[in-house]
Write a protein that binds this ligand. Sequence first.
Ligand code: IVH
Length: 666
Amino acid sequence: MSDTAKKRIEELTERINRHDYEYHVLDNPTISDIEYDRLVQELVELERKYPEHAREDSPTRRIGGEVLEGFAKIEHTVPMLSLANAFDADELRAFDQRLKKLADDFSYVVEPKIDGLAASLLYEEGEFVRAATRGNGTVGEDVTHNVRTIKSVPLKLREPVTIEVRGEIFMPKAAFLSLNETRKRQDKELFKNPRNAAAGSIRQLDSRIAAQRSLDMFVYGLAERDEEAQIPQSEVLKRLQELGFKVNDRIMRARDIDEAIRLCEKFESLRTDLPYDIDGVVVKVDERPLYKTIGYTAKSPRWAIAYKFQAEETMTRIENIRLQVGRTGQVTPVAHLAPVEIAGSTVARATLHNEEYIKGKDIRIGDFVTIRKAGDIIPEVVAVIEEKRSGDEVRFRMQSTCPECATPLQKSDTEAETFCPNPECPSKRVQGFIHFASRDAMDIEGLGVRIIEHFHNEGFIRSIPDIYRLHRHKEELVGLARFGKKSVEKLLANIEASKERSLEKLLFGLGIRHVGKKTAESLAKRFPSIEQLRGADYDDILAVTDVGEKIAASIKAYFEDENNLKMLEELGSLGVNMHHKDDSGTGGHLEGLTFVLTGSLSAMSRQEAQKRIKARGGDVTSSVSKNTDYVCVGENPGSKLEKARSLGVTIIDEKRLLDLLGDTEE
Ligand code: IVH
């Protein structure tokens, strides 16, 4: 019986996989939905009875069910780079000219630039093994459990090859619209655009969610070192298609740049008719063997460029103009618009920069205007449609006092900008907290704009150090609207973890005027602690790369302010790292080792253990994968122990962990 079952399981697996391929990749189904469902049902039942015969590539594995506690990190074998942009035909011609100096005899491949998120998929001997997001380009997140649910991603290739492929995961426009409709009915927050919806789905720990989201994926290339590149890109695409991947069928070859430009323009006019969002066109040199000689800039290949479409424009009405006070006190007039859809999201605000800008364009309250998303991100007003004026429009007059704290406003030296000089201005402070917690600064996940405003209004965050005292109000926070115990605990854990951020992130997060991300990095390299930067004199600071007089003066002024010094002292005593960590590889004796902790430990908390491992250069992740070196098991371990066993990862107890840590105290 078991033998016949095994055979039938095999047969069904192959049949359903073929139907999935026909439906999701070829867009050409050959059976009815009812017949298909019947096959799946039969397979599910057989696999339940004979789990030992269920195959790795079984379509039932796409249903989802695996729930992770966190994402494991995956280091990319070949970095995932980004692309340089071209905004018009001239910039494409300039790209071609640059290439002609580096190589002769080449042609192009022109591919739609799918607006989703990049992923890298590894197959070993034809079997799908794992998928990672782009992350920071060097290290991404393991999202295998979710990518497995994407029906157009083959679980088994047509040939038993070991190969890593790259592509874009996206949500088709129709799926996005129907998802949002459902969410609206359920009173859930809507996704801004298909890209956010796709990214939000892939970043779920519970794979059942991704399984329901109708995600799709186009594969567009290989993760291969240039030395190994033998066949042209157009051949790679053909080969990927033969192996069973979904490759975009609108990709074209172009003999020269003029032909490539024509294709770019064609894509631009086709854009709205496509069933998925594209935000441009990628023009790549077809001859991959030339990639090595053509080379790279720091961030992107020289052999490809992204032609970005003209920003979409649309018309709306300015209902009001209000002042917004930023982190530095700069006061910006903002147009409040009648909400409109533009480039996939709803826009209700547009920056008007300053008073001069409003006067220059003669923008009035009540005006109809065209707006556009600059670089498709920040909306701005392009022009007033004067024909539509009724005469009831009202000219904007700059207030003379701060809308938040009523302090008289001041003009900058150039008179173009207006500032609120009050250091206690609540709006400035809140913006400062938002900046501090933001991704490029202390990167406190979950502490976003709304939560910060809420906590500020409730009196929990009045200063930056208050963020690190939030845990003292845990019970009260749990009581706040929309906030469960679990989410408070998660937020507090994220806050705690942020204490270990690097010195440059802290320096950037402090919001010292004119100190951007780059400058913060240079400062942290030159002055390995906050203390040393504070003690540095003007000339020492000025000698740092990218630091000019304005920045040096601003830094000096920052450290001369008593309030700032007091705040830094508080942050230090709350345990926030204030030292530069050298990441050149001498991080400690656990460097390069990855640990997973499960169950409760007796000599220390898991958090404490994590801190000690990290202090010795090791890494702690929350889920077990092949890349885990040790799983440390305490009392009442969870499913991670089983996972470790099944993957053959070394399992250690607490005593062994203490040995590994060594007895040297931090
Ligand atoms: S090639 C070395 N081809 O655009 C860069 N990228 O800035 C290799 N994208 O996040 C990328 N469609 O995910 C390439 N046909 C296509 C693409 C594409 C979308 C995305 C990619 C990346 C971004 C590049």
